[in-house]
Design a protein around this ligand. Structure first.
Ligand code: PLP
Length: 387
């Protein structure tokens, strides 16, 4: 079966009692034991819960993994993964990284003696130079958020495997509909399922997918022991969102490509960072390892004075701090999502005061372009009036 069919059918054939097409929300934390030493497979909801279990089974299958673990947020998923590591362990991590992941590593994991080095994960020599006998894993985002840098997953996973390291991929931006890193050699996938998987800006969730029995057993232990698990209502909402993932991702891709090309030609725009554009440095690798492009890109204005009026004048597009939903959102990474990354690192990678990130929704592309055009024109007028 193709992925579109798997997605549409999540949970639909799992309810044995009534035959309900939509899998029920089992709002229960405790489950009766038939007798001493027996279990229905469900004992206590932190360990395993019926609605969450259907979601987890679907996630494992979609990502070509052996097990999946639904968490209360993407950060909870990352924290659970990082609990694999112990004092003295070292990680090699993508340089252009979601700010919250950086904050978790630098302000919390560092307190437990787990250290991280940040590097362009396409530069194997640079990664090799950072490797020490304490290095335990490579963590990559591809595409990165917000600069959409692409890492060759297969190449990094092969290098990591040869060194005995785990490869962890944050697949939030492409989802298994467009990219399946485990098939390219990764060991662990993490998702902020709050984004494209949920898809409607209404559920906060995270997912971990693991490959291999030993790793899956260890993750099950950590997931249960830490307890940052997803509740039944949110599991249901996430599954409901995932059923339309294929349709949404196609439309996000179409809209983002159309609008990225529009902005590339706009006189106020210096550059657009979107791997679907042929001039993007990661274009060829992206085409090799993914079957499509995400719905989010960043663009740099020629003049920082455009930023404030654009964010004030957009009407259909909301100035808000997330991505991956059906509604279009514009974010200013330097002061929002990436504010926790030190200025010198942000400037070195290009997350500066002229960069905007645009999560393109599934509205009509013409309406989104009209909104951008009027906001850019209004910003230009205001700048010229001041001069
Ligand atoms: N990973 C990426 C790439 C993200 O963009 C985010 C959030 O924006 C996270 C992880 C964290 O996920 P959450 O906000 O669901 O905790």
């Amino acid at each position: 079966m193709k992925i579109e069919s798997h997605l549409a059918q999540i949970g639909s054939i799992k309810e044995p009692v009534t035959g309900a097409i939509s899998f029920p929300v089992y709002q229960a934390t405790a489950f009766r034991h038939p007798k001493l030493g027996q279990s229905t497979g469900f004992d206590y909801a932190r360990t395993k819960s019926p609605t969450r279990a259907v979601l987890e089974e679907a996630a494992a299958q979609l990502e070509a993994g052996d097990a999946a673990f639904a968490c209360s947020s993407g950060m909870a998923a990352l924290q659970t993964i990082f609990a694999l590591f112990s004092q003295g362990d070292h990680l090699i991590v993508s340089l252009d990284l979601y700010g919250g992941t950086y904050r978790l590593l630098e302000r919390i994991m560092s307190r437990f003696g787990v250290t991280a080095s940040y590097v362009d994960t396409n530069d194997i020599d640079a990664m090799a130079a950072l490797w020490t006998p304490s290095t335990k894993a490579v963590l990559i985002e591809t595409p990165t958020n917000p600069l959409m840098m692409i890492t060759d997953i297969e190449r990094v996973a092969a290098w990591a495997k040869a060194k005995g390291l785990l490869t962890i991929v944050d697949n939030t931006l492409l989802t298994p509909f467009f990219q399946r890193p485990i098939e390219l050699g990764a060991d662990i996938i993490i998702h902020s399922a709050t984004k494209y998987l949920g898809g409607h800006n209404d559920v906060l969730a995270g997912l971990i997918v693991t490959k291999g029995k030993e790793l899956s057993d260890e993750m099950a232990f950590l997931h249960n022991s830490i307890g940052a698990v997803l509740g039944p209502q949110d599991s249901w909402l996430l599954m409901r969102g995932m059923k339309t993932l294929a349709l949404r991702m196609e439309r996000h891709q179409h809209n983002a490509t159309t609008i990225a090309n529009y902005l590339l030609e706009h006189p106020a725009v210096e550059d657009v960072y979107y791997p679907a554009l042929p001039h993007h440095p990661g274009h060829d690798i992206q085409n090799k390892q993914s079957s499509g492009n995400t719905g989010i890109f960043s663009f740099r204005l020629k003049d920082a004075r455009y930023i404030e009026p654009i964010l004030r004048h957009i009407k259909l597009i909301a100035f808000a701090e997330s991505l991956g939903g059906v509604e279009s959102l514009m974010t200013y990474p330097a002061v929002q999502t990436h504010a926790d990354i030190p200025l010198e690192i942000r400037q070195a990678i290009g997350v500066d005061d002229r960069l905007l990130r645009f999560s393109v929704g599934i509205e009509h592309a013409d309406d989104l372009i009209a909104d951008l055009a009027q906001a850019l024109a209004a910003a230009k007028n205001e700048i010229e009036e001041v001069q």
